[in-house]
Design a protein. Structure first.
Length: 168
């Protein structure tokens, strides 16, 4: 186990204990085993790249901005979906949206951010295309471009390689 993997494992164990708030032996053992499995498999799913570490660690303001936009989109979408359901003017559509993200982790975050937003379910990713089921008002074109682009813009600013960042 590498030093980075050990740090990740300790971090995940800490999160496990903070969330479960228990010291029962079976919960401790479950936490140790689950966090070890996550640590092992995350390295296979997301191979480490030197520049990725710096993009994540050295841009906290961009991450905060991303989470604020995601929260605002979540609130807006919840209110909008509630209005559509109450008025009975709801219909669904599957749309295909191109993405400007080339980084797999960035696409993964965009895919999940869209799915977390009420009235949306991201179905699939094919190269740079996202397939999304979106609830919209009957007869309207929908606002999926605005929602996707507001989230995607923040992720592009984080996951686009800047000059000099890959050399660290």
């Amino acid at each position: 186990m590498s030093f980075n993997a050990l740090i990740i494992w300790i971090f995940l164990i800490a999160i496990w204990f903070i969330l479960t708030r228990t010291s029962e032996p079976w919960m401790v053992l479950t936490g140790l085993l689950c966090t070890a499995a996550i640590t092992i498999f995350q390295r296979r799913l997301f191979p480490p790249t030197p520049s990725l570490r710096w993009r994540i660690l050295l841009q906290p303001i961009k991450w905060i901005h991303y989470f604020v936009i995601l929260l605002l989109r979540f609130i807006y979408s919840t209110l909008y979906t509630t209005k559509l359901i109450i008025t009975g003017r709801v219909e669904g559509a599957v749309v295909t949206l191109p993405s400007a993200l080339t980084d797999k982790l960035g696409l993964f975050l965009l895919f999940n951010a869209i799915t977390m937003t009420p009235s949306t379910i991201a179905i699939a990713v094919d190269d740079d295309l996202l397939y999304v089921h979106w609830i919209r008002e009957k007869g309207s074109k929908g606002d999926w471009h605005q929602i996707k682009e507001s989230i995607e813009t923040r992720l592009v600013s984080i996951f686009t390689e800047r000059k000099g960042m890959g050399d660290r």
